[in-house]
Design a protein around this ligand. Structure first.
Ligand code: MG
Length: 452
């Protein structure tokens, strides 16, 4: 019988056939000889190569250990022991996401190949016809990140390797300094600088200075709901420059200062305030306008050169396109699970590379450790990384999620475990059921709702 090695054409044809069949073992036989074949047999099934693996089951794992609903999608496969995890946390409407995962995503995904993430993303994206809502985008994120996790496990590599490898040794992060007075904010800022942080976000009171003023008239009048917050725009606008001035004087010029407006003031007020902050050299000012007010960016950019971070409230991957190609902001402030996971976040990040727009992914407490790990893997890989929000996991959270990213000297590190590197203890997760109480209204003095 003719040997494949004696006939190059046949050799290639056989190789193509084996690749098409997904037979890595066959390829090793052709190119590697029998010794490799025996080594391959000793590896776990999922690390042997590209043999087709199907989705066997998809389910939501919902937990609320620290009073914040967290949702993770678990994608189980036909390969024994091989599964992936992805963050689908939309904390304010968690029960709806759980239903969408268990009812619709499961039905969509079971029986499909785990390999083709891009195709799976696009298929599920249009499978409901109407799309780009926060519930279904989080569901897609859970699937997408879980599939990247699975691909990493099959390749025996951390996900950042599949995204291009490391562009830096670790992920530089910023901390949150806060206090009710400028002096208290400066003290808090210094504390983080002493821990090694080079970047600190400074906020006086809650977002928009909530909690700094007396009980508002709407509550005295019995208007609104019991837990509504109150914000006085005029108090806030006057407090921010004073806070920057105090922190700069007390903490020096070396620290990079950030601040989040949280979209809660009138666009022209935001523009004037940011212009006034130029002298304090902010690293960036975050979320100056609500998503309803994007056209104000032209005026903002014409008025001041202070760097801007934007995008936390964008649901739709397409919302990033125009502001980015017009260079209306400098930092991509995306909530990764909100736009559908690693796949779209990589597209936005790469687009930013063309326009010198850097990443600054939203990393609050309502992202699961799986989601934080996904951020860090992208942060490590993309060239135009800017900064990441620091994260600290409680002991309770770490009993549920093992392998969480770690902080050291202001940097975040992921472990080198294949995939995203985070696992979940489902039994522990079940001890903390999610709640449906999560409403975030903020009002003006007369009771008018403020749009964040
Ligand atoms: Mg924000």
């Amino acid at each position: 019988m003719e040997k494949a090695i004696d006939n190059p054409v046949r050799h290639r044809r056989e190789a193509m056939k084996m690749m098409a069949m997904g037979s890595a073992a066959g390829l090793f036989g052709l190119f590697g000889g029998n010794s490799l074949r025996s080594e391959e047999r000793e590896k776990p099934n999922y690390a042997r190569g590209m043999a087709p693996v199907k989705i066997r089951n998809v389910k939501a794992i919902a937990t609320c250990p620290e009073g914040i609903n967290l949702i993770v999608v678990k994608v189980e496969t036909t390969e024994p022991g091989l599964y992936g995890l992805g963050c689908a946390t939309f904390t304010q409407r968690a029960a709806v996401v759980v239903t969408a995962i268990n009812s619709y995503l499961n039905e969509f995904a079971v029986g499909k190949d785990v390999d083709n993430i891009e195709d799976m993303w696009n298929s599920f994206y249009v499978s409901s016809y109407w799309r780009n809502g926060p519930v279904l985008n989080n569901v897609i994120s859970g699937l997408d990140e879980a599939l990247w996790d699975i691909k990493g496990k099959r390749a025996n590599m951390p996900v950042y390797q599949l995204l291009g490898g490391k562009s830096r040794f670790a992920v530089d992060c910023y901390e949150h300094a806060s206090g009710t007075t400028p002096e208290a904010v400066a003290e808090s800022c210094q504390k983080y600088m002493d821990q090694g942080f080079r970047h600190v976000r400074i906020q006086q009171g809650g977002y928009g200075g909530t909690g700094l003023v007396q009980q508002p008239d709407f509550k005295k009048a019995g208007y609104g709901y019991e837990n509504d917050s109150y914000m006085n725009e005029r108090v806030y606008l006057k407090s921010v420059p004073k806070m920057f001035d105090t922190v700069r004087k007390r903490c020096g010029e070396d620290v990079e200062l950030l601040h989040d407006i949280h979209e809660r003031i009138q666009p022209m007020d935001a523009i004037n305030m940011i212009k006034g902050l130029e002298q304090y050299r902010p690293y960036f000012i975050e979320d100056p306008f609500s998503p309803e007010n994007q056209e104000w960016f032209k005026q903002l950019r014409a008025t001041t050169s202070v760097p801007i971070a934007m995008g936390e409230l964008f649901n739709n991957i397409n919302e990033f396109k125009l502001p980015m190609v017009n260079q209306w902001f400098d930092f991509i402030r995306v909530h990764v699970s909100q736009i559908g996971g690693i796949t779209p976040a990589m597209k936005i990040s790469r687009l930013g590379e063309y326009f010198n727009i850097r990443t600054a992914f939203h990393g609050p407490g309502d992202v699961s450790p799986v989601g934080h790990a996904a951020h860090a893997h992208i942060d490590l890989a993309v060239w135009n990384f800017g900064i990441q929000e620091a994260v600290h996991f409680s002991d309770k959270l770490k009993t549920i999620f093992s392998g969480c990213p770690k902080m050291d000297n202001g940097y975040m590190y992921v472990n080198e475990v294949p995939g995203l590197g985070v696992d979940v203890n489902e039994k522990e997760a079940l001890k903390y059921p999610i709640t449906t109480k999560s409403n975030w209204q903020v009002r003006k003095g007369d009771g008018t709702i403020i749009r964040p």
